[in-house]
Design a binder for this molecule. Structure first.
Ligand SMILES: NC(=O)c1ccc[n+]([C@@H]2O[C@H](COP(=O)([O-])OP(=O)(O)OC[C@H]3O[C@@H](n4cnc5c(N)ncnc54)[C@H](O)[C@@H]3O)[C@@H](O)[C@H]2O)c1
Length: 438
């Protein structure tokens, strides 16, 4: 393929060298003349393992040219990869100056072209930028329409500085966000040979998942480092602890706990987080991330309270009360907190949970619910059909099949259903469904 690359920093220069190595004709474009001259001389503009030799080799092959002429680069290529920088502005927002300018130039350059061109944004961009900002700029500047004279798409870059050539050749996956088959097909032609999955998605999801990946990496590092600070204060070997933690690929290093849903609760997580924070305080160790998890969890409950109260309805039916489906444990259940807060606002509550029977509650579980919902006996019902029939608003807090079936069969279009479990769009439920944040 004939490919133009805009922005010859870490991402652009490595992509240029690897694509040329793989036999493509590549035109590199940058506003920095020093970078262009270095590449002309067969030198690398970035310090990266393997780049000195690779750049020399690909420039000698004649498959690499560089220019500052955007029009020429667009005219002489079928596809453009845009890899300009998107640094932080002083207020923390994304400085999109470079990508906005390049979009304007790319649109103007497109006026000279009759063939359809694909613009692949590889710079990290806040969700919505490609479709809401860059596409309109290119359309205005070119006088053409996305999907007709050109395609825009977003392909997040996952290479890491220091191992970027290896990461280029073996990425975790290739993710392409596009709106047209042609864009997916062309990118599959370019990257489909890599030893990883090629995933198609929407442009916005592709933009967002890049942030999500980086945030997750930062979270993991901070988790290990906060753990190490506490371990050090306690005289425990942090390497040994984290190594043991990573041996669990069922709950720890796995998909477990990574699906959006309602707040966590139960008899372990909240109390153990509290004890961890207390222990850290006792040893003068700051753990800002771990210590704020419960506050974030509480925000999730508050969101549900706000949404339910905003309906203005007063007859509310809880379907599920325990901290997770399939147990009768009510201790620190976020649904109990939700119920407690709603009762405080004067709502009339009825509750059904197939696992919770007042007469069978014992010990700490019993005393917890008596403390938090002293009138639970008056609210708890055995007949789910009555709860569904008599409520204006249903709060779905359990994934129990009994509840699901009753809601599908009985909920009415005049009722609101607050979905805290993620029922899915094809649930067959006739009530007006509001997801917590989905
Ligand atoms: N560095 C990484 O490891 C990495 C990994 C994944 C994603 N990213 C993302 O990729 C993007 C690029 O990162 P980078 O580290 O390669 O950036 P960089 O700052 O090293 O390079 C950006 C290049 O763009 C050039 N440029 C700016 N305006 C231009 C214009 N109008 N026309 C042509 N060139 C222009 C600059 O001169 C510079 O050479 C960023 O959005 C970054 O967040 C970076």
């Amino acid at each position: 393929m004939k490919i133009s690359i805009f922005g010859l920093g870490y991402v652009g220069a490595v992509s240029l060298a690897c694509l040329a190595r793989d036999g493509h004709d590549v035109i590199g474009v940058d506003i920095d003349p020093t970078k262009l001259n270095l590449i002309r001389e067969g030198k690398t503009p970035v310090v990266e393992e393997g780049m000195v030799d690779l750049m020399q080799q690909v420039v000698a092959s004649g498959r690499v040219t560089v220019t500052d002429d955007v029009r020429q680069a667009v005219r002489d290529s079928d596809m453009s990869l845009i890899c300009v920088g998107t640094p932080s502005a002083p207020n923390g927002s994304q400085d999109q100056g470079a990508v906005l300018r390049i979009a304007e130039d790319l649109g103007a350059a497109l006026q000279d072209k009759s063939d359809a061109h694909v613009f692949v944004f590889r710079s990290t961009l806040v969700p919505g930028t490609v479709e809401d900002t860059l596409k309109p700029i290119i359309e205005r500047a070119s006088g053409k329409k996305d999907g007709e004279g050109f395609h825009v798409c977003f392909q997040p870059e996952f290479l890491r500085e220091g191992s970027s050539i290896r990461d280029y050749d073996k990425p975790p996956f290739t993710v392409v966000g596009a709106n047209h088959e042609d864009a997916y097909t062309r990118l599959e032609g370019l990257f489909g040979h890599l030893p990883c999955r090629f995933l198609r998605t929407s442009v916005r999801a592709a933009e967002m998942m890049k942030y999500c990946c980086n945030n997750f990496h930062a979270l993991k590092i901070t988790f290990a480092n906060e753990t190490a600070r506490l371990c050090h204060a306690l005289g425990v070997d942090a390497f040994e602890v984290m190594d043991l933690v990573c041996q669990d690929t069922q709950l720890n290093i796995s998909k477990a706990y990574l699906k959006p849903g309602f707040a966590f609760g139960g008899s372990c997580l909240p109390k153990d987080l509290r004890a961890t924070s207390y222990l850290a305080k006792m040893h003068d160790v700051e753990l800002p991330m771990l210590s704020n998890i419960l506050a974030s969890n509480r925000n999730h409950v508050d969101l549900a309270i706000e949404q339910i109260l905003a309906t203005g309805k007063r007859k509310i039916g809880f379907l599920g009360l325990s901290f997770k489906t399939g147990t009768d444990d009510l201790r620190e259940s976020p649904l109990v907190t939700l119920a407690e807060q709603l009762i405080g606002k004067g709502v009339q509550l009825s509750v059904y949970d197939p696992e919770v029977h007042l007469s069978r509650l014992l010990g700490a579980n019993k005393s917890f619910i008596e403390r938090h919902l002293p009138h639970i006996g008056e609210m708890l019902q055995d007949d789910i059909e009555a709860v569904v029939a008599d409520s204006e608003v249903l709060v779905l807090g359990s994934a129990s099949p009994i509840i699901r079936e009753a809601v599908v069969a009985r909920a009415r279009p005049d009722q609101h259903l607050f979905d805290l479990v993620g029922v899915g769009s094809d649930s067959g439920i006739k009530a007006k469904i509001t997801g917590l944040c989905w």
